[in-house]
Design a protein around this ligand. Structure first.
Ligand code: CP
Ligand code: NVA
Length: 307
């Protein structure tokens, strides 16, 4: 059966581990696996802006011997003019996989249901599972075994990143804390899914409104923009509502002494994180950005092996 990655809990704990192990291997030996040699094409579609995702998929697909086809929705028939499932039926006869950055998760689900090639969520309004594979790889590199580590997220708990940290974090057996105002708490169905997964892995989910409590003793401190793509009209309200969830040097000092700071980028210095933190010694954001390449290559190799 064709496998897709639409949300982080599409992978079992064992599958997530297998992909991360493969990513370590491919980082060590970049051109070791060439499953797309031919070359086969992978379509990478963007409804929203991107730097890291665009570059890492294009480079990664080429590393695997394939040919990336980067499609901007604005110049395609997708997005109002043609349905995701009709688009998928056209693409599947010509490409080995479809990678899509979009708004609604439902569009990705429709695309996946309509095709026999793997569909990868390259960020939706709800989840960013490719980023989480890179983040887990980065945390593993700096902190060792993921199981039992405490990761604390600050800011918009209803964002794609917060949701993905919950699902992917507990899948790895981590203790995931989310600190946000009540109105920005993670969606109930995501908390329930994360709780179910945590019960299998020994991980846990705890929500906080007090950022200092959430930071206490944490191994990994993480935040994301307060204004995700598509939320620009809410910018002023968000800057006001999320102001006390900024990651500062004071907040970092409450975490474990050897805590690391991660951020998927792009970052708004002075808003969700101070420059002293993101540009400081505990920040590993550049390793994290590089790891998009290695993690996504491992994901593509793994998905193609399931075909
Ligand atoms: N982190 C991330 O997905 O970055 P881009 O929006 O630049 O792809
Ligand atoms: N939450 C952010 C992530 C950007 C990579 C957004 O959706 O804009």
């Amino acid at each position: 059966m064709t496998r897709h990655l639409l949300r982080d809990d599409d992978l079992t704990p064992a599958e997530q581990r297998e992909i991360l192990d493969l990513a370590v291997d491919l980082k060590r030996d970049r051109w070791k696996l060439r499953p797309l040699e031919g070359p086969q094409t992978v379509a990478v579609i963007f409804d929203k802006s991107s730097t890291r995702t665009r570059v890492s998929f294009a480079v990664g697909i080429a590393d695997l011997g394939g040919s990336p086809l980067i499609i901007s929705t604005a110049n395609s028939q997708l997005g109002g003019k043609e349905t995701p499932s009709d688009t998928a039926r056209v693409l599947e006869r010509q490409v080995a996989a479809i990678v899509w950055r979009t708004y609604a998760q439902a569009g990705l689900e429709e695309m996946a249901a309509g095709t026999r090639v793997p569909v990868v969520n390259a960020l939706s309004d709800d989840f960013h599972p490719c980023q989480l594979l890179a983040d887990l790889l980065t945390i593993r590199e700096h902190k060792g075994d993921l199981a039992g580590l405490t990761l604390s997220f600050f800011g918009d708990g209803r964002s794609n990143m917060a949701h993905s940290y919950l699902l992917a974090g507990v899948t790895a057996g981590m203790h995931v804390r989310v600190a946000s105002p009540e109105d920005y708490a993670p969606r109930d169905d995501v908390i329930e899914a994360a709780d179910r997964r945590a019960a299998e892995t020994g991980g846990s989910v705890v929500l906080f409104t007090d950022p200092n409590e959430a930071a206490a003793g944490a191994d990994v401190i993480v935040t994301d923009t307060w204004v995700s793509m598509g939320k620009e009209e809410e910018k002023l309200a968000r800057l006001r509502d999320l102001g006390s969830y900024k990651v500062t040097t004071e907040l970092m000092s409450l975490a474990a002494g050897d805590a690391i700071f991660i951020h998927c980028l792009p970052a708004d210095r002075g808003y969700e994180v101070d420059a002293e933190v993101i540009d400081g010694p505990q920040s590993v954001v550049w390793d994290e950005a590089e790891n998009r390449l290695h993690a996504q290559k491992a994901l593509l190799v793994w998905l193609l092996r399931q075909q």
